[in-house]
Design a protein around this ligand. Structure first.
Ligand SMILES: Nc1ncnc2c1ncn2[C@@H]1O[C@H](COP(=O)(O)OP(=O)(O)O)[C@@H](O)[C@H]1O
Ligand SMILES: N[C@@H](CCOP(=O)(O)O)C(=O)O
Length: 329
């Protein structure tokens, strides 16, 4: 499970004294997280039980968090179902617990959709939602560099390739050379605030409708069409990891109903699918090759981490490179 930092009832009750939320009735570590430590908190306020999610950030430094707080506040103000942090009695969102930056957010109802059984309707809903997220971000003054953008990818592929077997190393180097060269031809792709990690396990559905989009901690300014490619690469797959054309069409057409694609975005689409596959191949490889690198000893001892299979994205990269049929309408 991915609860890296263990909390006692006393730890949480102490934190709650800063808020006006009510009394803790129970709490439970959330096993499904990947990056951070999350707990469900059940809190009773005058006989009314409310559930919250407490997050301790294991890697993100406190000074990066105001961006995410402000961004989710803005999205919430635009009427989108995203968890923005609860404020304490002094109006402050960002706290610290066990020396980790800490936030409490509202817990939304609903379940993650079943990865093996994503329906056309769910794909349409997420396409519409992503376009609304992009439109909502268009007027924002907020800015955050993509920490997993082109220069990070360039550094990481140099660092990783000597550690891979020869076939994988040359596959990586060659694909990166092609992708990073091809991107230079596109200098007018619309940019804005993106989610950056809109996988199905960052979305909740309740009674058939999206009830929440969560985990904005990869959000940043980057190409909007790249965000769509990240989403399609997770939501629109056959069981062989090819693009499922029906789902992909449903998702991208629903998106385009809200935000029209530019001609340059249409041309860049096959490349963006490759870039998105490359990005997650790299980030998943890092957790395999350097699983301990970002963690201190105390946390390693507590840890059974969810390892996500990098080879899925390597295979996706191979398939997307040879896929000449995928088009945006
Ligand atoms: N606001 C929320 N409402 C409901 N469930 C949530 C909320 N935040 C997190 N969760 C649950 O906790 C799990 C882990 O949260 P997530 O933010 O994805 O963690 P990580 O960044 O560690 O992957 C989610 O998959 C979801 O089931
Ligand atoms: N959705 C990602 C997991 C989160 O990626 P990270 O780069 O934010 O650690 C995946 O499935 O690989």
């Amino acid at each position: 499970m991915s609860v890296y930092t263990h909390l006692t009832q006393q730890d949480i009750e102490q934190l709650l004294t800063r808020y006006d939320l009510g009394d803790l009735t129970s709490f439970k570590g959330i096993e499904s997280g990947v990056e951070n430590t999350n707990y469900f908190l059940d809190i009773d306020k005058k006989g009314h039980l409310q559930r919250y999610v407490l997050t301790l950030f294991e890697y993100l430094p406190a000074d990066t968090l105001p961006f995410f707080i402000n961004y989710t506040d803005e999205l919430k103000s635009s009427g989108l179902p995203v968890p923005n942090p609860v404020r304490d009695k002094n109006g402050i969102a960002l706290q610290s617990l066990k020396d980790k930056p800490t936030l409490i957010v509202q817990c939304f109802a609903g379940q993650h959709p079943d990865a093996r059984n994503l329906s056309l309707d769910q794909c349409q809903q997420i396409g519409t939602m992503l376009a609304k997220i992009h439109i909502a971000g268009q007027g924002s003054a907020l800015y955050q560099e993509n920490q997993r953008g082109l220069s990070w990818l360039d550094d990481q592929q140099k660092r990783l390739s000597p550690l891979l077997d020869q076939d994988d190393a040359s596959f990586m180097t060659e694909h990166w050379k092609n992708i990073s060269n091809a991107i230079k031809a596109f200098d007018k792709l619309p940019k804005g605030l993106i989610h950056g990690d809109l996988f199905h396990n960052n979305v909740l559905f309740d009674q058939g409708k999206i009830s929440a989009v969560i985990d904005f901690y990869q959000a940043c300014n980057d190409w909007l069409i790249y965000d769509l490619a990240v989403t399609v690469n997770d939501w629109c797959l056959t069981n062989k990891l090819e693009l499922d054309n029906q789902r992909s069409q449903a998702l991208t057409e629903a998106y385009a109903q809200v935000r029209t694609f530019t001609e340059e975005e249409k041309k860049a689409w096959p490349l963006m699918l490759q870039l998105a596959a490359f990005r997650f191949w790299i980030s998943r490889l890092i957790t395999f090759v350097y699983p301990e690198s970002q963690m201190d000893q105390e946390h390693q001892a507590n840890l059974v981490r969810h390892f996500l299979d990098p080879n899925e994205f390597k295979e996706m990269l191979r398939l997307r490179t040879n896929d000449f049929a995928s088009k945006l309408q």
